[in-house]
Design a binder for this molecule. Structure first.
Ligand code: UTP
Length: 223
């Protein structure tokens, strides 16, 4: 029963400080069964990408820099997991699956330019035939608008993958708005037979509940 969990960079590394890494390590190490964790880059990735852009780097190079930061965050979580994790972030899906043979938690970051770790998590879930895909985000689930931009945004308890694709595209087209699951990840969820849950990641216990199949107050994406 493989499970893939995506932890947004701004969730696991909200500012300087290591508490979130420790809290997540404690929660994740109590999970039974095959667990893959994909970690985002958060504010540090945005800062490094911003500097690279100002220095004249092209977008593909900026993406590679973003990937490096996601891998650094993955390494921090691996350190916090203290022996319960495979010691290196795998650099691709095949390596991630092979790493699982050791029976430890596999933690990785990004893999290729032109996407985010949301898409990495969705492809990884397809690749390892995961039963469960959980997105731990900085908002409690999916809203019809971006709640960080629109106070009256309506919360969605359950949504089909094709409705999700439509909703995410609509949110991303509005200036300044961002969906908790990006369009490419939504398309991958739609083409696969995956069901997924989007939950607030500020409480690692909440994410643990979602990993175990609970609702965790989030949004269920299912046919
Ligand atoms: P994130 O997945 O953290 O992107 O990867 P994000 O959308 O900024 O995440 P949030 O806002 O914290 O949820 C950070 C950056 O790394 C590059 C991209 O440039 C991305 O914006 N990246 C990541 C890739 O190019 N490929 C990958 O596979 C992963």
């Amino acid at each position: 029963m493989p499970t893939v969990v995506n932890i947004g960079g701004s969730v696991i590394a909200p500012s300087s400080g290591d508490e979130r890494f420790e809290e997540y390590a404690e929660a994740l190490s109590s999970v039974d069964g095959e667990l893959y964790v994909v970690v985002g880059g958060g504010g540090a990735a945005r800062d490094y990408i911003g500097i690279a852009r100002r220095l004249g780097a092209n977008e593909a190079v900026c993406d590679e820099i973003g990937i490096d930061v996601t891998r650094l965050n993955a390494r921090l979580l691996i350190s916090a997991l203290n022996g319960s994790a495979y010691p290196e972030p795998p650099s691709g899906y095949e390596d991630a699956k092979a790493a699982m043979a050791l029976g430890r938690i596999v933690v990785m970051g990004g893999v290729a330019p032109g996407q985010s770790t949301d898409a990495v998590s969705a492809v990884l879930a397809e690749y390892v035939d995961a039963d469960r895909l959980v997105f731990a985000t900085s908002v409690p689930g999916i809203f019809r608008e971006d709640p960080r931009v629109d106070d009256s945004a309506e919360f969605v308890d359950e949504i089909t993958p094709s409705e999700l694709v439509e909703l995410v595209m609509k949110i991303e087209l509005k200036a300044g708005s961002k969906s908790p699951v990006d369009p490419l990840a939504a398309k991958i969820i739609e083409r696969s037979r995956l069901s997924a849950r989007v939950v607030g990641g500020d409480e690692p216990g909440n994410v643990l509940e979602a990993i175990r199949g609970g609702a965790a107050g989030g949004t269920l994406i299912a046919r």
